[in-house]
Design a protein around this ligand. Structure first.
Ligand SMILES: *Cc1c(COP(=O)(O)O)cnc(C)c1O
Length: 352
């Protein structure tokens, strides 16, 4: 760091994204991207896009995209906020409401980064022994509770009744439910957003819509909450969702059948991986996301990571207790799924 960096950032550790390897070609199962291409409608809209329009600034209010997302879910555009990935929304949310934040200790690593970045006080609540979030312990006084449902990297879900308990515990506390993986299983809390003024549901195009590189996320909630986010966005970068992003974001929503089919294929492969690995003796959580969370009885997490890497399969290992022996493995294509299952079978056999 330079000597000019503000001292307030001295203790800030940035989020470490999964590797995007450039050298050898790995089977890349480390960042929960979709194995399938964006929808045909996205290709078409991109081909037809008018580069001349890029001369002008994009619509800072993203009217058409917000209307399309609102219509898709059955809300009004006043209930929808869009941003450059859901990370952008989380950043604004921590800044807006996060004076005292609470989240589980094992969850999306970016929550801690945002809490530190905005210099908030925050509490990380240990998971239960079975890696599920402890709902009673999350019900403590704070200004912002953040929960990923399904959770990352465990893939485990809490039922809607638990989300309702969290929201009802204190209506003066904001509850943000990060539903990055909800399309792959679990119950959405979106149906509660008009009933409770303290609930925001956040979604992303990065996983189930095969558009991680586009950078588009959205939030659905009470109109006043959306205004809070707009205030911060307009005081940071009013043009955070580009013309192309707005265009392709709308196009993606039109291909419902394609979307459903990609999601079903991922779910099918996920279930196949879960049962095959259990049969080999691995411990596998009941993930409802587009990844599995796996532990070997015989091989340490760091070693299993390396063994897979040596065989050309890149996954994610988090060296923190109590999940240090687990790996998070993204569900890939059908072909990658076959190779993954075969490779993990061989590794387990060789290390009995
Ligand atoms: C991937 C992920 C995000 C980030 O999504 P982007 O929209 O790509 O920024 C947010 N939350 C969770 C839990 C995620 O896994």
């Amino acid at each position: 760091m330079s000597r000019f960096l503000s001292s307030k950032f001295a203790k800030l550790d940035a989020y470490v994204p999964g590797e995007q390897p450039k050298s050898r070609s790995y089977i890349k199962l480390n960042t929960n991207e979709s194995p399938y291409p964006p929808s045909p409608g996205v290709y078409e809209a991109l081909a037809k896009a008018d580069a001349e329009r890029l001369r002008l600034y994009c619509d800072p209010t993203s009217q058409e995209l917000r209307c399309a997302i609102a219509g898709y879910h059955g809300y009004e555009k006043e209930n929808v906020f869009v941003a450059s990935g859901s990370d952008d929304i989380l950043n604004f949310a921590f800044e807006a409401w996060g004076e005292e934040a609470v989240f589980p200790d094992i969850t999306y690593g970016f929550y801690r980064v945002f809490a530190k970045r905005h210099r908030l006080s925050y509490k990380e609540i240990p998971l239960n022994g079975d890696l599920s979030p402890d709902i009673s312990k999350l019900n403590i006084p704070c200004t912002l509770l953040v929960i990923a449902n399904p959770n990352a990297p465990t893939g485990l879900c809490v039922p809607l009744s638990d989300i309702r308990r969290l929201v009802e515990y204190d209506k003066n506390r904001m509850v943000l439910v990060d539903e990055a993986y909800v399309d792959f299983g679990g119950e959405s809390a979106m149906e509660l957003v008009l009933e409770y003024g303290n609930l925001l549901v956040v979604r992303t195009y990065s996983k189930s819509r095969s558009l991680a590189g586009l950078r588009l996320g959205y939030a659905v909630g009470n109109a006043e909450l959306i205004k809070d986010l707009e205030l911060l966005k307009d005081s940071t970068n009013p043009y955070n969702v580009s013309t192309l992003c707005q265009l392709l974001g709308r196009a993606s929503l039109k291909d419902e059948e394609y979307f459903r089919s990609c999601v079903s294929r991922v779910i099918l492969s996920r279930e196949k991986i879960k049962s095959a690995l259990r049969a080999y003796g691995y411990t596998v959580t009941d993930s409802k996301a587009n990844f599995v969370f796996v532990k070997s009885q015989n091989i340490k997490g760091s070693r299993l990571y390396t063994l897979l890497r040596d065989r050309g399969i890149l996954v994610r290992h988090f060296n923190v207790s109590p999940i240090e022996d687990y790996l998070r493995i993204t569900v890939g294509s059908e072909e990658e799924t076959e190779i993954l299952i075969k490779t993990l079978g061989e590794i387990e056999n060789e290390n009995k």
